[in-house]
Design a protein around this ligand. Sequence first.
Ligand code: SAM
Length: 237
Amino acid sequence: MSLPQKEEKKDFVQEKFSSVTEKYDFLNSLLSFGIDHLWRRSTIKTLSGVTGPVLDLCAGTLPLTRELFRQGHRYIVALDFCFDMLKFGVEKNKDKELINSLRAVCGDGENLPLKENSFSGFTVAFGIRNLSDLPKGFSEVFRILKPGGKGAILEFSRPTFFPFKILYFFYLQRILPQIGGLISGDKEAYRYLAESIKGFYSQKEVCQMLKDTGFIDITYRPMTLGIVTLYQCQKPL
Ligand SMILES: C[S@@+](CC[C@H](N)C(=O)[O-])C[C@H]1O[C@@H](n2cnc3c(N)ncnc32)[C@H](O)[C@@H]1O
């Protein structure tokens, strides 16, 4: 499968997430053997000193938003350009306090309908790989952050540890599209998942892009043998 580029990628990504919306959370947990909850928990922990508004970019069905709320954040904007994912996430949440702490916005992460210097933090889980123009996405979150604002980015990466790497890629390319396709009804969406992980930037390239955007204090931490990586960054004061 060849990966779509630019505007074509936007349409493709929107359509694919719409088609898997109802099974998205279940499949996330199943295909990651439940570890995705721990990854999200670690991501939000890095924003523990942040008290003001936080943007959850590419929020999807709101799993990271829920974790932000669970860890005490009460001013959350959850943004995604796939209306079906957001709607499903909002409707599934029965907690009144969470709903009151949340503004769900259907919009483009590469052209944020948000004011500059207005957020104390931003976070994104499994979203940056899906953007068609990653430097543009980074420049947008930089713009809306207040000086000193912090970012936490969780994204898939590629394990480098030899025997594990072979097993992982076998799982990614052969098993995951079969299970994902069977349960969601859209095998192509899970083939895209595998291909987009294989074709994504290295950790060093992501860090360089954050640096080129203007971020400082950039760090990255591979987790679970490098299946995912947690990046942190800050807008200078
Ligand atoms: C893999 S899901 C991640 C959902 C959620 N953050 C999580 O932790 O599972 C990626 C989401 O990114 C959204 N997305 C991709 N490109 C986007 C863009 N340019 N602007 C806004 N949302 C985008 C998709 O619609 C999808 O809901």
